[in-house]
Design a protein around this ligand. Structure first.
Ligand code: AMP
Length: 176
Protein backbone atom coordinates (compact mmCIF):
# COMPACT_ATOMS: atom_id res chain seq x y z
CA UNK A 1 0.00 0.00 0.00
CA UNK A 2 1.28 3.46 -0.89
CA UNK A 3 0.92 5.30 2.41
CA UNK A 4 2.42 8.49 0.96
CA UNK A 5 -0.75 8.85 -1.10
CA UNK A 6 -2.72 9.38 2.14
CA UNK A 7 -0.32 11.93 3.65
CA UNK A 8 -1.26 15.48 2.71
CA UNK A 9 1.39 18.20 2.37
CA UNK A 10 0.25 21.53 3.80
CA UNK A 11 2.80 24.23 2.88
CA UNK A 12 3.49 27.07 5.32
CA UNK A 13 1.65 25.50 8.26
CA UNK A 14 1.83 26.32 11.13
CA UNK A 15 4.35 28.90 9.93
CA UNK A 16 6.03 29.97 6.68
CA UNK A 17 8.64 27.54 5.38
CA UNK A 18 7.28 24.43 7.12
CA UNK A 19 5.64 21.75 4.99
CA UNK A 20 3.24 20.13 7.42
CA UNK A 21 2.66 16.40 6.94
CA UNK A 22 -1.08 16.00 7.55
CA UNK A 23 -1.98 12.45 8.58
CA UNK A 24 -5.76 12.97 8.71
CA UNK A 25 -6.34 11.41 5.25
CA UNK A 26 -4.46 8.32 6.46
CA UNK A 27 -6.67 8.16 9.56
CA UNK A 28 -9.81 8.50 7.44
CA UNK A 29 -8.86 5.41 5.47
CA UNK A 30 -9.50 2.34 7.63
CA UNK A 31 -7.26 0.22 5.39
CA UNK A 32 -4.37 2.71 5.54
CA UNK A 33 -4.68 3.28 9.30
CA UNK A 34 -4.79 -0.48 9.92
CA UNK A 35 -1.88 -1.08 7.55
CA UNK A 36 0.31 1.48 9.35
CA UNK A 37 -0.58 -0.09 12.72
CA UNK A 38 0.09 -3.57 11.34
CA UNK A 39 3.59 -2.53 10.28
CA UNK A 40 4.34 -1.14 13.74
CA UNK A 41 2.83 -4.19 15.47
CA UNK A 42 4.85 -6.63 13.37
CA UNK A 43 8.02 -4.66 14.05
CA UNK A 44 7.67 -4.90 17.86
CA UNK A 45 5.54 -7.92 18.68
CA UNK A 46 8.62 -10.16 19.08
CA UNK A 47 10.08 -7.86 21.72
CA UNK A 48 8.99 -7.39 25.31
CA UNK A 49 7.48 -3.92 25.59
CA UNK A 50 6.15 -2.96 29.03
CA UNK A 51 4.94 0.53 28.15
CA UNK A 52 4.23 2.53 25.03
CA UNK A 53 5.03 6.16 25.79
CA UNK A 54 3.30 8.36 23.22
CA UNK A 55 3.68 12.06 22.57
CA UNK A 56 0.76 14.53 22.58
CA UNK A 57 -1.26 14.80 20.52
CA UNK A 58 -0.89 12.84 17.30
CA UNK A 59 1.39 10.27 18.90
CA UNK A 60 -1.62 9.20 21.00
CA UNK A 61 -3.55 8.22 17.88
CA UNK A 62 -1.02 5.53 17.01
CA UNK A 63 0.39 4.84 20.47
CA UNK A 64 -2.88 3.80 22.14
CA UNK A 65 -3.94 1.08 19.66
CA UNK A 66 -0.33 -0.09 19.38
CA UNK A 67 -0.09 -0.46 23.18
CA UNK A 68 -3.22 -2.62 23.19
CA UNK A 69 -1.89 -4.78 20.36
CA UNK A 70 1.45 -5.25 22.15
CA UNK A 71 -0.17 -5.92 25.54
CA UNK A 72 1.70 -2.94 26.91
CA UNK A 73 0.61 -0.05 29.10
CA UNK A 74 -0.11 3.33 27.51
CA UNK A 75 1.67 6.34 29.01
CA UNK A 76 1.11 9.89 27.72
CA UNK A 77 3.79 12.55 27.36
CA UNK A 78 1.85 15.82 27.43
CA UNK A 79 2.43 19.53 26.99
CA UNK A 80 3.35 21.30 30.23
CA UNK A 81 0.47 21.79 32.67
CA UNK A 82 -1.88 19.15 31.27
CA UNK A 83 -1.10 16.12 33.44
CA UNK A 84 -2.92 16.20 36.80
CA UNK A 85 -0.52 14.25 39.03
CA UNK A 86 3.14 14.91 39.98
CA UNK A 87 5.34 15.17 36.89
CA UNK A 88 8.86 15.32 35.57
CA UNK A 89 9.35 17.86 32.79
CA UNK A 90 11.76 19.14 30.17
CA UNK A 91 12.01 22.08 27.74
CA UNK A 92 13.40 21.75 24.22
CA UNK A 93 13.61 23.46 20.80
CA UNK A 94 11.24 22.45 17.98
CA UNK A 95 11.28 22.72 14.15
CA UNK A 96 8.94 25.63 14.80
CA UNK A 97 9.25 27.35 18.20
CA UNK A 98 9.96 25.76 21.58
CA UNK A 99 8.01 23.39 23.78
CA UNK A 100 7.88 21.89 27.25
CA UNK A 101 6.57 18.40 27.92
CA UNK A 102 5.87 16.34 31.02
CA UNK A 103 5.43 12.76 32.11
CA UNK A 104 3.78 11.52 35.32
CA UNK A 105 6.53 10.64 37.78
CA UNK A 106 4.96 7.19 38.25
CA UNK A 107 4.23 6.83 34.51
CA UNK A 108 7.31 4.70 33.94
CA UNK A 109 8.76 2.52 36.69
CA UNK A 110 12.50 1.83 36.96
CA UNK A 111 13.66 -0.97 34.65
CA UNK A 112 10.56 -0.93 32.46
CA UNK A 113 11.06 -1.50 28.74
CA UNK A 114 9.61 1.45 26.88
CA UNK A 115 8.72 2.05 23.25
CA UNK A 116 8.32 5.77 22.39
CA UNK A 117 5.80 6.58 19.64
CA UNK A 118 5.04 9.76 17.68
CA UNK A 119 3.58 10.59 14.28
CA UNK A 120 6.49 12.59 12.81
CA UNK A 121 10.24 12.63 13.43
CA UNK A 122 11.45 16.05 12.31
CA UNK A 123 14.50 17.53 14.09
CA UNK A 124 14.30 14.90 16.84
CA UNK A 125 13.95 17.37 19.69
CA UNK A 126 10.58 16.07 20.85
CA UNK A 127 11.62 12.42 20.78
CA UNK A 128 14.90 13.24 22.55
CA UNK A 129 12.92 15.09 25.25
CA UNK A 130 10.56 12.13 25.73
CA UNK A 131 13.51 9.74 25.86
CA UNK A 132 15.21 11.89 28.45
CA UNK A 133 12.07 11.92 30.64
CA UNK A 134 11.72 8.14 30.45
CA UNK A 135 15.38 7.70 31.36
CA UNK A 136 15.07 10.21 34.21
CA UNK A 137 12.50 7.82 35.72
CA UNK A 138 14.79 4.82 35.25
CA UNK A 139 13.00 3.39 32.22
CA UNK A 140 14.87 1.64 29.40
CA UNK A 141 14.00 2.96 25.93
CA UNK A 142 14.05 -0.11 23.67
CA UNK A 143 12.90 1.78 20.59
CA UNK A 144 11.53 4.91 18.97
CA UNK A 145 8.77 4.47 16.38
CA UNK A 146 7.32 7.00 13.97
CA UNK A 147 4.84 6.93 11.15
CA UNK A 148 6.80 9.57 9.22
CA UNK A 149 10.51 10.39 9.25
CA UNK A 150 11.68 13.63 7.62
CA UNK A 151 15.20 12.31 7.15
CA UNK A 152 16.45 15.56 5.56
CA UNK A 153 16.14 17.16 9.03
CA UNK A 154 18.57 14.59 10.50
CA UNK A 155 16.48 13.84 13.59
CA UNK A 156 18.25 10.48 13.93
CA UNK A 157 21.50 12.25 14.76
CA UNK A 158 19.94 13.53 17.98
CA UNK A 159 18.93 10.02 18.96
CA UNK A 160 22.11 7.94 18.84
CA UNK A 161 22.40 4.48 20.35
CA UNK A 162 18.71 3.61 20.25
CA UNK A 163 16.76 1.58 17.71
CA UNK A 164 14.70 3.96 15.55
CA UNK A 165 12.01 2.80 13.13
CA UNK A 166 9.79 4.76 10.76
CA UNK A 167 7.00 3.51 8.51
CA UNK A 168 7.39 6.21 5.83
CA UNK A 169 10.49 8.21 5.00
CA UNK A 170 10.78 11.53 3.13
CA UNK A 171 14.29 12.28 1.87
CA UNK A 172 13.68 15.85 0.66
CA UNK A 173 11.33 18.66 1.76
CA UNK A 174 9.43 18.68 -1.55
CA UNK A 175 8.96 14.91 -1.87
CA UNK A 176 5.28 14.02 -1.65
P1 AMP B 1 10.76 17.52 16.15
O1 AMP B 1 10.87 17.70 17.63
O2 AMP B 1 11.39 18.61 15.37
O3 AMP B 1 11.24 16.13 15.73
O4 AMP B 1 9.24 17.62 15.79
C1 AMP B 1 8.40 16.55 16.02
C2 AMP B 1 7.06 16.97 16.54
O5 AMP B 1 6.54 18.10 15.85
C3 AMP B 1 6.10 15.84 16.33
O6 AMP B 1 5.30 15.75 17.48
C4 AMP B 1 5.31 16.24 15.11
O7 AMP B 1 3.96 15.98 15.30
C5 AMP B 1 5.55 17.73 14.92
N1 AMP B 1 6.07 18.08 13.59
C6 AMP B 1 7.28 18.65 13.34
N2 AMP B 1 7.43 18.91 12.05
C7 AMP B 1 6.31 18.48 11.44
C8 AMP B 1 5.87 18.46 10.08
N3 AMP B 1 6.62 18.95 9.08
N4 AMP B 1 4.65 17.94 9.82
C9 AMP B 1 3.89 17.45 10.82
N5 AMP B 1 4.26 17.45 12.11
C10 AMP B 1 5.45 17.96 12.43
Amino acid sequence: MDLKSVIRDVPDFPQPGVIFKDITPLLQSTSAFKYALDILTERYQGERVDDVVAIEARGFIFGAPLALRLNAGFVPVRKKGKLPHKTVGIEYGLEYGSEAVELHEDGVLPGKRVLIVDDVLATGGTAAAAKSLVEQLGGHVIGLAFIIELSFLNGRRRLPGVDLFSVIEYHTPDES
